[in-house]
Design a protein around this ligand. Structure first.
Ligand code: DGY
Length: 350
């Protein structure tokens, strides 16, 4: 058996800047396609014990949808992450060898579940391991937005910090506020627990069912309309589905308090972004802290880019080195479990 080690150094933006050493062999092991060059090496090593791991060839710096289609035929599995779409075309082109999609994300709105079912392909994702990292980003965004970190920092660096003025750069504290969490899964629950430590006045949440852990800290299960009207801070931590798309629509934005701050760590399409921009421009609400937006990457000429009452992050909710490594390793375990006919550590039920 001929074995070829091919060290590759890449500098792509998602998910990590690291070098990857892929092991190509001339064996007849099943093949797994990697959509990105920078997946953590420990996860690639785990996969390489069982599979021939192939990096998706691409002529451009960023992998495209067409690259995935060109590289997928004959693969047993695909190790991917958003925004690459796993749709009917990808699954059809893959052929009958494709058995598993491992997405290195908790969200799977980029995967067509009906098509997976049709082609008999299983899906693994990465919940739990990213809960704390994403909850930290939500709390960070909320504080940065309400306490005007970036606006104040910009003023400081551009000569706007002159004489003391008692009302300069005043924001609103979290203490004594009403916090509303839309979507109280693991991430929403962790955000609720963290924000509850700030001596808030009331904790509201929406969920399909009552969450004992949130109830235990005083959280009240309410309808979305109620939450939107009563909250000073509204945090979106719900999965994007056809039902939740634009859950924050024009009417709900119009019903928010004039001092409301909206934080989104879910997906951009949870919000009618045009309506949000209008509200922010007219100071109808106080601000927004967004780790996700539409589209991603956000074009530099998007109005959100230049608004002082908006804090934007480039979808880095799960971006800690440890979390990304754990996500990648879980993705490899999911893929290997299908090969070995074992229970997947984290399978999305289709
Ligand atoms: C997730 O895991 O879904 C993150 O948002 C990364 O896309």
């Amino acid at each position: 058996m001929r074995v070829l080690f091919l060290p590759l150094k890449y500098n792509l933006s998602w998910p990590l800047h690291i070098s990857v050493q892929l092991k190509f062999t001339m064996s007849s092991k099943p093949k797994v396609l990697l959509t990105h060059k920078a997946f953590p090496q420990t996860a690639i090593d785990m996969l390489s014990e069982k599979f021939d791991v192939e990096l998706c060839n691409s002529k451009s710096a960023q992998i495209t949808q067409q690259d995935v289609i060109d590289n997928i035929p004959g693969k047993f599995g695909i190790f991917c992450c958003p925004p690459i779409k796993i749709n009917e075309e990808v699954l059809k082109t893959a052929g009958p060898s494709l058995k598993v999609v491992g997405t290195m994300s908790v969200g799977y709105d980029h995967v067509d579940l009906n098509a997976l079912k049709k082609y008999g392909v299983r899906l693994g994702n990465t919940p739990d391991v990213l809960t704390e990292a994403v909850a930290e980003i939500a709390v960070g965004l909320l504080i940065a937005t309400t306490r005007r970190f970036f606006e104040a920092n910009k003023a400081l660096k551009t000569g706007g910090w002159t004489n003391y003025s008692p009302d300069w750069m005043c924001g609103r504290g979290i203490q004594d506020s009403v916090v509303g969490i839309i979507g109280c899964g693991n991430i929403g629950t962790s955000i609720a627990e963290k924000l509850n430590k700030f001596n808030i006045a009331e904790l509201l949440y929406t969920s399909r069912s009552e969450k004992p852990a949130v109830k235990a800290i005083g959280g009240k299960l309410v309808a979305v309309d109620d939450l939107v009207k009563r909250s000073d801070f509204i945090v979106l931590s719900v999965a994007l589905t056809p039902e939740t798309r634009f859950i924050i629509n024009k009417d709900r934005i119009a019903n928010m308090k004039s001092n409301a701050v909206l934080v989104n760590i879910g997906r951009g399409d949870l919000v009618d972004q045009d309506a949000l921009i209008e509200a922010l421009k007219g100071n109808k609400i106080r601000g927004a802290g967004l780790d996700v937006m539409t589209p991603e990457p956000l074009p530099l000429d998007n109005p959100l880019m230049n608004m002082d009452n908006v804090v934007l992050l480039p979808h880095i909710g799960s971006a800690t080195v440890e979390t990304r490594r754990e996500m990648a390793e879980l993705t490899s375990k999911n893929i290997i479990a299908v090969l070995e006919n074992c229970v997947m550590p984290s399978e999305v039920k289709i």
